[in-house]
Design a protein around this ligand. Structure first.
Ligand SMILES: *Cc1c(COP(=O)(O)O)cnc(C)c1O
Length: 381
């Protein structure tokens, strides 16, 4: 293995390298914001929302302060009766659950599919009760959950579908009849996050909501701004959840490169797949043939749970970082003990938490680095 592959070092996420070639554009955007000094709801906020709406082909984009607020605002816009149940996957980032819990709704945890790691539609159907108000589908790691099945279940039972699209911006799903659906546009509301590590990341916090419905977009916009319908007229109990003008200006620049960065991620994933397919000891990430994959994460599964820690140590010793997304399923997090779940209740998610391992995948990884990483993994087994 060539040592030169480690210079520069391999990072899990390399924002410095990502921003270096567009430094001048980012600086110009910041400079413009400073000159204009319209820091809250400045012109860049609307301009970025418009650009993102065009980029994704989603009618309405409502910016907000972060992806967790986006989930909370999405649920607030549904006006569910207190105590309504919200179905969430057991294998996700905690924010999905948190947004429901903080509103006094009841998160109902549902197990996931072992291959795609996402909501199991059969388990969703089994979890429905007369109190179910919404399903939150999480498009995990870069591809779409089974949108067609989940949309059908939501429609059949007259409940809302929310898409947590913090990780799969730009992914699409092809239905049985050949229609192409855009992740985030299929639910009553879609949400995303511009946390710096996401595929489209700000330089601080940021988030957005998606909807195809103009009146819901207006409601979301009001809810995100103190429930205000006109200046000093507060129709709803809302949040102070706005995207900063400076973040919007930076995101506007970065959006122009999103497609190119996504291709680079897909290219790295293809190199990983080619190296690991058929190899004993690991499963490569399954690709749902109906969905494109924007590879927010490249997540392997080790076939023996017991060897994951040793593999991680081995990689680290060779200068290769890796991360476990996620080490504990949401139903076993201490904050959610009150929901009464037990170990063993969602065996797929629990097993994933013991076997998944995400390798570095970012747009500036060079082929030599990817080859170095695949060699490092191979020589462990
Ligand atoms: C990042 C993330 C969030 C939260 O977004 P923030 O902007 O950090 O609040 C929610 N859900 C998922 C699946 C995420 O990956």
């Amino acid at each position: 293995m060539a040592n030169s592959a480690l210079n520069p070092p391999i990072l899990m996420l390399d924002l410095h390298a990502q921003h270096a070639p567009i430094h001048a554009e980012l600086e110009a955007a910041l400079h413009h914001c400073l000159k204009e000094s319209s820091f809250i709801q400045g012109p860049a906020v609307g301009a970025f929302a418009q650009a993102l709406s065009q980029h994704l082909g989603i009618s309405h984009v409502v910016p907000c302060a972060n992806g967790t607020d986006a989930l909370q605002l999405a649920l607030m816009s549904l006006r569910l009766p207190p105590g309504s149940e919200v179905l969430v996957p057991a294998f996700t980032y905690v924010a999905t659950l948190e947004a429901a819990a903080i509103l006094g709704l009841v998160p109902v945890v549902v197990d996931v599919l072992p291959n795609t790691f996402m909501l199991d539609p059969k388990a969703v159907e089994a979890a429905l009760t007369p109190r179910t108000g919404a399903i939150i589908a999480v498009h995990l790691f870069g591809q779409c959950a089974d949108l067609e099945s989940l949309r059908r279940i939501a429609d059949k039972n007259n409940i809302a579908l929310i898409e947590d699209n913090a990780q799969s911006i730009g992914a699409t799903f092809t239905t049985r009849s050949g229609e192409t659906w855009v992740a985030g546009a299929v639910g009553e509301v879609g949400t995303t996050s511009f946390f710096p590590s996401k595929n489209l990341g700000a330089m601080g916090d940021g988030g957005a909501l998606f909807t195809q419905d103009a009146s819901r977009a207006e409601l979301l916009r009001q809810l995100a701004n103190h429930g205000q319908i006109r200046k000093y007229q507060h129709e709803y109990i809302g949040l102070n959840s706005r995207l900063d003008t400076m973040q919007a200006a930076l995101l506007q620049v970065k959006l122009r490169y999103l497609n190119q960065w996504t291709s680079a991620r897909q290219h790295v994933a293809a190199q990983y797949d080619a190296a690991f397919t058929g190899m004993a000891g690991v499963h490569t990430p399954a690709r749902d043939p109906r969905s494109t994959h924007v590879f927010h994460q490249y997540t392997l599964r080790v076939t023996e749970a017991g060897c994951r820690a040793a593999l991680q140590q081995h990689l680290l010793a060779k200068g290769v970082p890796s991360v476990v997304y996620y080490p504990l399923p949401v139903h076993l997090q201490p904050a959610y003990h009150y929901l009464g779940y037990r170990t063993g209740q969602f065996p797929v998610a629990e097993h994933l938490c013991q076997t998944v391992l995400s390798l570095p995948i970012h747009p500036t990884l060079v082929p030599e680095q990817v080859a170095y990483i695949t060699d490092a993994v191979k020589c462990f087994f």
